[in-house]
Design a protein around this ligand. Structure first.
Ligand code: FE2
Length: 379
């Protein structure tokens, strides 16, 4: 019943003639929020990010306030608008707090941008050049699903804080970092019957390929179902699953997202750790809330995943999920939504050889999400 395609050989795809846009990795994620000061506090205190940069009235920015948070290689920017005319205020009015920008680190931002535009991407902002005492910085961006954008960031010759116009802050997280290392993948939700066109968008414009595919048989429960295709670049540093709702007897969790976000958008950001037990224990101690699975999930765990290095009692105590694949296993856990609307959440993931997304956990996880959906009166 499980139908899964893993395309480990991208050259087998029909789009192999489309040269990939060269991306070195995720550069940053920017959230548009109602109150950047308070969002910053949440990621700083709750998730152990250092606050390393600021832009706002004091730095001459009359339009928006931004804080840059950093842990491992993860750069998170939270931005709030300074007037009711601000594009951020509009974005928050429409979507609630959410991801505006998925930044890609590149070596030639102009080439990436021009290639994307030539292949049909819609421009969000033309290349902006900075050259000064902090070196050279170039950025440009294009639209993707919903009101989300991809920003090409060329910063290899830039020595300043985050981007031109930012001043350095040095607010270390109290209690230290919690072990977050890097962005593993970023998942987008799109409207019913829109997944294929966004898959084609990433194939035809970015030259990405379908890394993995999950159909409704893989991802369905009594109420909810969805289909998903994972888009990736050849090096594998960019992995972006795209979900769309499928019809079940209740409202798909993806549809719930769309209803509250009023558009397609980023559903979750997955961040790696080298020690998920320590990371989750610390996050919980700092007040971050996670989805829970029933205790019975752990009863048959050894049977399902075989031997693992971790103590199952300890995993059960923290509610951490495990999935086994041919190449190894992974451990993961999902936060509850990190804003008022049931939209964006975070995933903490530790990979021990496994390259997938925890398919064996989909059922337990979705039942947990549905339990929360029912509490919200949205199932
Ligand atoms: Fe994920």
């Amino acid at each position: 019943m499980v139908k899964e395609t893993i395309e480990r050989n991208p050259s087998a795809k029909s789009n192999s003639e489309i040269e990939e846009i060269a991306i070195d990795g995720f550069d940053h994620v920017e959230l548009f929020v109602g109150n950047a000061l308070q969002a910053c506090y949440y990621y700083h205190k709750g998730f152990g990010f250092d606050v390393v940069g600021f832009s706002g009235l004091e730095t001459g920015n009359r339009d928006k306030v931004s804080y840059v948070l950093k842990q491992g290689s993860v750069q998170l920017v939270v931005s709030g608008g300074l007037s009711n005319k601000s594009e951020i205020a509009e974005h928050v009015h429409e979507h609630g707090d959410g991801v505006k920008t998925i930044g890609f680190r590149v070596r030639d931002a102009v080439k990436c941008y021009e290639t994307a535009i030539a292949r049909g991407a819609k421009s969000h902002s033309k290349p902006e050049f900075y050259e000064g005492k902090e070196g050279k910085f170039i950025q440009a961006s294009v639209h993707t699903y919903g009101d989300t954008i991809h920003k090409f960031v060329q910063r290899q010759e830039f020595t300043g804080t985050f981007a031109p116009g930012f001043k350095a802050l040095d607010k270390k997280s109290q209690g230290g970092p919690v072990g977050l290392m890097s962005i593993d993948h970023i998942v987008g939700n799109v409207e019913l019957n829109k997944m294929e066109s966004w898959v084609e968008f990433y194939q035809n414009i970015f030259g990405f390929y379908v890394y993995q595919y999950f159909d409704a048989d893989d991802i369905s429960t009594k109420y909810s179902s969805l289909v998903s295709k994972v888009m990736a670049n050849k090096s594998g540093v960019i992995k972006m699953p795209i979900n769309e709702p499928a019809i079940g007897t209740g409202k798909s969790q993806i549809q719930e997202y769309i209803d509250y976000y009023n558009a397609g958008g980023v559903q979750h950001i997955a961040i790696t750790t080298r020690d998920i037990i320590a990371t989750i224990a610390e996050l919980k101690a700092r007040g971050v809330e996670f989805l829970t699975v029933p205790r019975s999930y752990y009863d048959a765990l050894t049977e399902r995943v075989g031997h693992i290095d971790e103590d199952i009692e300890e995993l059960a105590k923290l509610g951490i999920l495990v999935d086994r694949e041919s190449d190894g296993y992974l451990l993961q856990l999902f936060t509850k939504p990190v804003e008022d609307r049931p939209t964006l959440f975070l995933e903490i993931i530790q990979r021990k050889g496994a390259k997938g997304f925890g398919k064996g956990n989909f059922k337990a996880l979705f039942e947990s999400i549905e339990h929360e959906q029912a509490l919200r009166g949205n199932l």
